[in-house]
Design a protein around this ligand. Structure first.
Ligand code: DC
Length: 224
């Protein structure tokens, strides 16, 4: 039987969203990228001039501001819509200042508790591919299929670099690599829900596999 709750975890830029979205589309499941919720809280804090180092204030914002994640309403490259107080903030959550601060915000226990609660409610409905860092370990430990998608920091930085260059942007590989490493360090050493594979996760290393090969492997795992 095809698993109904599929968790895909792994470090930044390991290809989780690409694989997860493709899988969800093929199965007719909801694709839910949980990272957008931490990004939304970070954006709200920056927007309101709340110091991201003020754990209490950021946690209150997370508790008081509903964040809606809905299926994509536009085909402009987004995987889903992120709505806060009636405003579509999907692309704001990708801004560099959000990138620079989201690891700090997502390390707060109170923020994680609130986001996990909301994510769990959606995940438990089933027919979902949920992507993040702690889905298989904390949010939905009962998931039917858990995948941990890994790749070296160098490979992930190279992919980010190519992505920016393809869009015509300026990019510095060494700078991107340093940022990838710094986010890995924060995500995997934080006290609450650090990035790590669940004991029953299938680990796939995408350094050695193309996107199509990773997808084929994931598809096989879904078929049991
Ligand atoms: O996947 P992403 O780059 O959009 O994630 C943004 C940040 O949120 C990143 O610092 C890790 C964190 N995150 C998390 O702690 N737990 C999740 N389930 C998803 C993301």
């Amino acid at each position: 039987m095809t698993p109904t709750i599929i968790a895909i975890d792994g470090p930044a830029a390991s290809g989780k969203s690409t694989i997860g979205k493709r899988l969800a589309d093929e199965l007719g499941y909801l694709f839910f990228d949980t990272g957008v919720m931490y990004r939304a809280v970070t954006w709200i804090a920056l927007q309101r001039g709340v110091d991201v180092r003020d754990e209490g204030a950021v946690t209150r914002l997370a508790q008081e501001t509903p964040i809606d994640v809905a299926p994509a309403s536009q085909s402009d490259g987004r995987a889903c819509d992120v709505i806060v107080e009636g405003r579509d903030i999907t692309w704001e959550t990708r801004r560099p200042e959000v990138d620079a601060n989201v690891s700090i915000v997502s390390a707060y226990a109170g923020v994680r508790r609130e986001m996990s609660r909301q994510q769990r409610r959606i995940g438990q409905r089933g027919r979902v591919v949920m992507v993040g860092r702690d889905i298989g370990t904390v949010v939905l430990p009962e998931a039917d299929l858990k995948i941990y998608l890994d790749a070296s920091a160098e490979e992930r930085a190279r992919r980010r670099f190519d992505e920016i260059r393809t869009r015509g942007g300026e990019a510095d590989y060494e700078e991107i690599l340093a940022k990838v490493r710094e986010r890995d360090r924060i995500d995997s050493t934080r006290a609450v829900a650090p990035l790590r594979p669940a004991a029953d996760a299938v680990i796939l290393d995408s350094d050695k596999l193309s996107a199509d090969e990773v997808f084929a492997r994931v598809r096989e795992l879904c078929n049991g």
